[in-house]
Design a protein around this ligand. Structure first.
Ligand SMILES: [Zn+2]
Length: 509
């Protein structure tokens, strides 16, 4: 039966002017966790990420370095492509906007559609331009006459541009947000953006003259003009699926079920992008999930402060799953979060090494040493079984609301419960006095570990595999209906080789 529900999920595409930072890692890992969860729940998932490789900034950086533009973006894009391995991402595809074969034809097709809808017009534009943001700014957006991000006054600029009639779709976008046909998560962000749209959305500059933007997608009807970021970058979500040739992938997966983005680009995704799709007569995405920003020890990360946390270095030093655990457990979806070195090490040592790692280790050792015979999950099991069933309920209800950190919290309460039962029942002693009960305790906790290994699939895929290997569940895809039942795996449990999962980090201080 091929009636699986599809789930198309995307990250924003990363601008390749700078290497990946922790905020990128947060976005990729959150998106990956949702993609893996949906796959586990039986969805036909398509997960897309990619890189944004055009714009004046990239042009200038490459020029300054005296390198060829394409070589420059190839080199920088490779760093992002490599994150798949480093962060263990399960993306199905990776789209690059400098890809003239895969990406450009869709941008030009979409431009033509908007043009046919009479939504693109030419205008002499005069405004204040921030070179850092590569964007025209309104007086009201300035703080003391300066761009609030770049702390520099924008420069007056006059040029001929094509514009997109976003204002025409303002009311419709407002209704879509109001009715949750375009669901913005979390609701605080929805309210914030709703109020912006209520004021009315303005038309947006859609192209730049070639002499100021020499690096980008050509406007199909005008050699003098190059597409501005909107029709170039946002189009990645459909170009990757083969929109230009109306490919089977596009027909199958579009519209997106979820765009995952940072809080700084809500206006582009929930405003401009939706307007473009409406104009082209294309279905709009079902939801937009917005994540916050990360500070380091409560300070903004910056090169000048020298406090930038490199996700690649972290993953190499402490392991991919240790980094994934911190990002997913410590930073609630939708909220700003902080990275603290102390908290990272504390969480690693207490949650991963002591609570989880130790439990797997002890249970494995005790079962290896004692002949527990036939596994029995039904003796003295009520307490354990109830705990597991309760945890699954909470886990699924939280994951369906994208409360990732809460879902992880519930897994660790289950781990805590198991550790507590070990301490109370002391199966290593009990097995001598009352072998039947001693064996049952070990089997019940082993069965809990089986459930934990499944619950970890979306968050710590490697750890999940390592637990499965140790308790003899290798090479089997999770069947979410059968495998989440208590005791459903008794036929195929046989211990594998013991592994040390999270060696403790000795803190220097
Ligand atoms: Zn700026």
């Amino acid at each position: 039966m091929s009636s699986k529900n599809k789930f198309y999920i995307t990250t924003a595409i990363a601008y390749v002017n700078a290497p990946p930072h922790l905020g990128h890692a947060l976005e990729f890992v959150e998106t990956d966790a949702i993609a893996r969860y949906k796959r586990m729940m039986g969805y036909d998932v398509y997960f897309l990420t990619g890189t944004d490789e055009h714009g004046v900034k990239i042009f200038n950086t490459a020029k300054k370095a005296g390198v060829d533009l394409q070589e420059f973006v190839d080199k920088n894009a490779a760093i992002f492509i490599n994150l798949k391995g480093i962060l263990n991402l399960s993306n199905d595809d990776f789209i690059r906007t400098s890809d003239k074969k895969r990406h450009w034809p869709s941008c030009q097709k979409l431009w033509t559609k908007l043009s046919e809808s009479d939504d693109i017009y030419e205008k002499e534009y005069e405004g204040l331009y921030c070179e850092g943001c590569e964007v025209f700014m309104k007086e009201t957006e300035l703080v003391n006459g300066e761009c609030p991000i770049h702390k520099k006054p924008p420069v007056p600029l006059k040029e001929r541009n094509y514009f997109f009639k976003l204002s025409k779709y303002s009311d419709e976008i407002l209704r879509l947000i109001e009715t949750d046909k375009l669901k913005i998560i979390p609701s605080s962000r929805k309210a914030e953006f709703y109020n912006i749209v209520k004021e009315g959305l303005h038309d947006v500059s859609f192209s730049r003259p070639r002499e100021v933007l020499p690096w980008g997608v050509d406007v199909p009807t005008d050699k003098e003009q190059v597409m501005y970021v909107w029709c170039d970058a946002l189009t990645n979500y459909i170009s990757a699926l083969g929109y230009s040739e109306d490919a089977a992938l596009f027909k199958k997966y579009w519209p997106a079920d979820m765009h995952v983005i940072g809080k700084d680009i809500v206006r582009f995704h929930a405003g401009i992008w939706i307007g473009m799709l409406l104009s082209a007569g294309l279905p709009i995405p079902h939801s937009i999930l917005i994540h916050g920003f990360i500070t380091h020890n409560n300070e903004k990360m910056s090169k000048t402060l020298g406090n930038v946390v490199d996700p690649v270095e972290m993953a190499k030093k402490y392991g991919t799953d240790a980094l994934r655990y911190y990002l997913l457990r410590e930073i609630p979806v939708g909220r700003d979060g902080d990275f603290s070195d102390k908290l990272f090490i504390d969480r690693y040592n207490s949650d991963l090494a002591n609570n989880l790692g130790n439990l797997v280790n002890r249970v494995h050792t005790l079962i290896s040493r004692n002949d527990v015979g036939e596994f029995s999950f039904n003796k003295f099991a009520d307490l354990y079984k109830t705990k597991v069933e309760e945890t699954w309920k909470k886990y699924i209800s939280d994951m369906d609301e994208y409360n990732i950190h809460e879902a992880i919290f519930h897994i660790w309460r289950l781990v805590d419960f198991s550790n507590k039962m070990m301490e109370e029942e002391k199966p290593w002693a009990l097995i001598k006095e009352n072998p039947e009960k001693g064996k049952a305790v070990l089997c019940n906790i082993l069965e809990i570990l089986r459930h934990v290994s499944i619950m970890l699939v979306p968050f710590l895929p490697e750890t999940s595999q390592r637990i499965m290997r140790q308790i003899g569940l290798t090479g089997k895809e999770v069947d979410i209906k059968k495998d989440t039942e208590w005791g459903s795996a008794k036929k195929w449990l046989a211990l594998g080789k013991q592994e040390i999962m999270f060696p403790r980090i000795e803190s220097k201080s």
